[in-house]
Unconditional design. Structure first.
Ligand code: ZN
Length: 134
């Protein structure tokens, strides 16, 4: 039975999982630093708005730009938070020894996929199914 299982479905070795754990932890640190600087910047931007630090001549143009910048920051911030959530989930699954298993069907996630996307929580098939449903 096992002999017929495709190689791609083989479970990660301890070494492979340890490597991914290091990558996830590093990525996590990186994202947290990024998030901190985004939050800091948008706080600084909102402070300068409150103090009325906008030129009289082009007030509306500046306000529009500021809003646009903040919305851009917000969408980056949401992406970063989303990624952090996924990474936290992956690290948690490593602790619980369920890492590398598809959260939907429970089958092992393809190794190549995990190496490209260490925080993947769905196998390729379920990830594709989830996308086509969108
Ligand atoms: Zn699956």
């Amino acid at each position: 039975m096992l002999a017929f299982a495709p190689m791609a479905e083989a479970k990660l070795t301890k070494k492979e999982q340890d490597d991914l754990h290091v990558r996830l932890s590093e990525e996590r640190d990186h994202l947290e630093a990024q998030l901190a600087s985004i939050v800091e910047e948008s706080f600084a931007a909102s402070q300068s708005d409150i103090s009325g630090d906008v030129g009289l001549d082009d007030e509306s143009a500046d306000a529009g730009t500021a809003t646009f910048e903040r919305e851009k920051d917000l969408s980056i911030e949401n992406n970063v938070r989303d990624l952090l959530r996924k990474i936290d989930g992956a690290l948690k699954r490593m602790d619980e020894n369920t890492y590398g298993l598809c959260v939907r069907c429970g089958r092992p996630i393809e190794k190549a996929r995990l190496k490209a996307l260490p925080y993947a929580e769905l196998c390729i098939k379920d990830a594709q199914a989830a996308q086509s449903r969108r």
